[in-house]
Design a protein around this ligand. Structure first.
Ligand SMILES: [Zn+2]
Length: 456
């Protein structure tokens, strides 16, 4: 009997932190064992592209990528490469040598009208296809191209199209998809720029539309395009997406809700003869190439489990940990502290779960310090006008200074433990991550004027 469940792919966004090669292979094996059938690698600048020399950011050299792809093949985990072919190219266009390819100076947007663009994309797509001889698909992105039609050449082309600036994107999509087909692959593209039915009709034949929707199900059922779409389609949930980058963890229930809503939709659509053949569960590394890091994958373990195995039941340890997180993601310091202490007692014999639990514990301690920041920063500023008018109270000032010093010491200890955890689990870019979660707090404190008041 044919399953109404969609195929399950995991999307790994290489713009974020990367595990070591050894650890990535362990993750890939774990993904396969937990129900995933495919992996989408969004490479960005983590692969040394021959088509774009000089922009490689380690990353892995090609021989390591080849071993990773071979490991996927041995696991029967289908690999789909993802390269952006219009927007979201900050990692590329920030290079001085490529700045002339920006559309009207927009650092994220490769100008579709620039005479160099098409030959360069042809070379890149051919290279990507060559590196992935066993892959059926090539994902070409094309989402969130909000600045389209910005330069004078693009404005002219937009004016000539009945779809305006979107017409320019459609024409570019036709070129990209045709190039992918010539390279022997089936093109996949994100859906959000093609929601208008008239535009959708004009999409290149055979292009597979991937409808991404990361909202929790209480906001709306997912899928803006799946139902009205005649062609086979894919859907995309988010195991991890946009959250406040000064925090270490967001609300995981919202992610679980989004994943389960997509799985429910796939069963409904496929059960009524539709073609929602694949769900890509995205794991974003940052919101954009040049935005802050989201952190290591372990913290999102329940979302991985739910995405890989629809209907999976979590272990009692994971359920207990999630209950602590729900309480601990509060803004009330007392709730956070209580949840953090409870979480300390939750231990799992499963090494993956244990790492997730320990990351959550560190995250709640960090959350507690975020609560404390209010007192040490705004608290200090609140004293300043009173002292200026009423005179300085040396005792109050001493209490404030002692509080700041204790805060700073706790921050140092916690940062050290987080650094050790990241090193133990073999994550890249730890220095950048730590600077974004701890350096930011120190910086805010250091930026305040000295506490002693001027009486001149
Ligand atoms: Zn342009």
């Amino acid at each position: 009997m044919k399953s109404t469940q969609a195929e399950r792919w995991i999307h790994l966004d290489c713009k974020g932190m990367l595990p070591s090669e050894e650890r990535l292979c362990q993750w890939l094996t774990w993904f396969r064992e937990h129900g995933f059938e495919g992996v989408v690698f969004e490479y960005e600048d983590r692969l040394p592209w021959a088509a774009w020399p000089g922009v490689f950011r380690p990353g892995w050299p090609l021989e390591v990528w080849r071993r990773i792809w071979a490991h996927c093949a041995a696991l029967e985990l289908e690999v789909t490469p993802l390269i952006q072919t219009c927007g979201h190219l900050e990692w590329l266009l920030q290079a001085d040598s490529l700045a002339h390819l920006r559309c009207a100076g927009h650092g994220n947007l490769l100008c579709p009208s620039h005479p160099e663009t098409r030959p360069r994309l042809e070379a890149w797509i051919a290279e990507t296809a060559r590196l992935h001889p066993q892959s059926r698909f090539l994902h070409v992105g094309l989402d969130e191209v909000y600045h389209l039609g910005a330069c004078s050449a693009c404005q002219e082309a937009s004016a000539a199209s009945k779809h305006g600036a979107t017409g320019l994107l459609l024409e570019h999509a036709h070129f990209v998809c045709e190039t992918v087909r010539k390279a022997g692959k089936e093109p996949i593209l994100w859906s959000d720029m093609f929601v208008d039915p008239a535009v959708r009709e004009a999409l290149p034949e055979g292009a597979i539309v991937c409808d991404w929707d990361y909202r929790p199900s209480k906001d709306a059922p997912p899928g803006r395009l799946i139902h009205p779409l005649a062609r086979p389609a894919m859907g995309a949930s988010a195991i991890r997406c946009s959250f406040s980058p000064w925090q270490m963890l967001p609300d995981l229930d919202a992610r679980l809700s989004n994943i389960r809503a997509w799985q429910k939709l796939a069963v409904e659509v496929n059960g009524s003869g539709g073609g929602l053949r694949t769900l890509i569960h995205t794991v974003w590394g940052r919101s954009r190439s040049l935005a802050p890091l989201y952190g290591p994958w372990e913290g999102w373990l329940p979302a991985f489990l739910a995405a890989g195995e629809p209907g999976v039941e979590f272990s009692s340890e994971l359920e207990e940990g999630l209950a602590c997180l729900r309480e601990g993601l509060s803004t009330e310091a007392l709730s956070v502290a209580a949840a953090f202490r409870r979480l300390g007692g939750v231990r799992s014999v499963d090494p993956w779960e244990e790492q997730a639990l320990r990351w959550w514990e560190l995250s709640l301690r960090h959350r507690l310090e975020l609560c404390a920041v209010e007192g040490v920063t705004f608290g200090r500023e609140a004293l300043r006008p009173t002292f200026a008018r009423r005179g300085v109270d040396a005792n109050i000032m001493a209490e404030q200074v002692a509080g700041e010093s204790a805060f700073s010491n706790r921050l140092n200890t916690l940062e050290h433990e987080v650094a050790e955890w990241l090193s133990r689990n073999q994550w890249s870019d730890a220095a950048e991550y730590l600077e974004s979660r701890f350096g930011n707090l120190r910086h805010v404190l250091a930026g305040q004027p000295p506490f002693a008041l001027n009486h001149d």
